[in-house]
Design a protein around this ligand. Structure first.
Ligand code: BEZ
Ligand code: FE
Length: 298
């Protein structure tokens, strides 16, 4: 089709894409092009702005490697990851869903940890934290044999893959729920941390005068055949960034009941000194397909 004017472009592209045999691809692309063209008509980017936008997209790829995923970070920082998560989980997107975004730091094959074992694999600063989880279905039935991946940043604010000072797989582990749906592990209380800002997303956050901070949290990925994989995070209630998470991951149900115990209070392990913490949390898995996400990093 020979185009005569700006109004001819959108229908020409829609026609060109109409032959895709995959119906879902047809729907997604038709809507995406419509919205993008409307965006261009509404905001009328200059050619220099368009060039900058292309550079930004190229930068997302260039900043992505086996240990960092800038594309996921961008989706997170503009709320897309949370929106997709909320629309796909918890009673078709009820706001108090138990799911939260995966983020860019999940690694597959974390070492398995026996019930009550520790995920601290090297000298790591921070107060001891004992996590007790229980997994159940929506009817309250305990779920045994759930595989639970946990991962968190160190109290210094970095995941082990970002920090040469931490052992491989430090603060990561895979647990199994027992016959009562219970799992337990020892770790250190997490702190808030900044998302990586060395790439184009960091530039965008600075240009928008946004804080790069996430409130302290622990990630959980629960997997059991016959149940929808539950990807979630549990947040520390008194964290100063709870209301201002750069990736919009905090929903009400995910604020954990962390309890601080004064130094000297009998702890679950003999070597604990100083203040220590406990967290009891219930995880509800919905029946569904147990698909695992593609790991954002190797
Ligand atoms: C995280 O919690 O690991 C995370 C989530 C989104 C962006 C960066 C980090
Ligand atoms: Fe995190």
């Amino acid at each position: 089709m020979i185009l005569r004017k700006a109004e001819d472009v959108t229908p020409a592209v829609q026609r060109a894409m109409a032959g895709a045999s995959d119906a879902r691809l047809r729907t997604l692309m038709a809507s995406l092009v419509l919205h993008l063209h409307d965006f261009v008509r509404e905001t009328r980017p200059t050619e220099a702005e368009f060039e900058k936008a292309i550079e930004f997209v190229v930068g997302l790829g260039q900043a992505t490697n086996t240990t960092h995923n800038e594309a996921v970070l961008f989706a997170d920082a503009v709320g897309i990851s949370t929106l997709v998560c909320l629309l796909n989980n918890g009673m078709s997107g009820a706001p108090e869903t138990a799911a939260a975004l995966l983020g860019p730091f999940w690694r597959k094959n974390a070492p398995s940890v026996a019930k009550g074992g520790s995920i601290v694999r090297c000298d790591t600063p921070g107060e001891a934290l004992f996590v007790n989880g229980r997994v159940r279905d929506p009817a309250g039935q305990s779920l045994a044999d759930v595989s639970i991946d946990v991962w968190q940043a160190s109290p210094a604010g970095m995941y082990e893959n970002q920090d040469a000072g931490q052992a491989d797989m430090n603060l990561r582990g895979t647990l199994q729920s027992d016959a009562d749906g219970v799992f337990a592990f020892r770790t250190v209380k997490p702190s808030g941390y900044p998302v990586p800002t060395h790439g184009p997303v960091g530039g965008l956050l600075r240009a928008q005068a946004r804080s790069p901070m996430r409130p302290a949290h622990i990630h959980f990925l629960l997997h059991k055949p016959g149940f929808k994989t539950l990807i979630t995070q549990v947040f520390v209630a008194d964290d100063q960034y709870l209301e201002n998470d750069v990736v919009f991951g905090v929903t009400g149900d995910l604020v954990g009941n962390f309890i601080a115990n004064a130094a000297g209070t009998p702890a679950p392990a003999a070597d604990v000194s100083g203040t220590w913490h406990s967290l009891d949390h219930v995880f509800v898995m919905e029946p569904g397909e147990s698909v695992l996400p593609h790991p954002p990093i190797a």
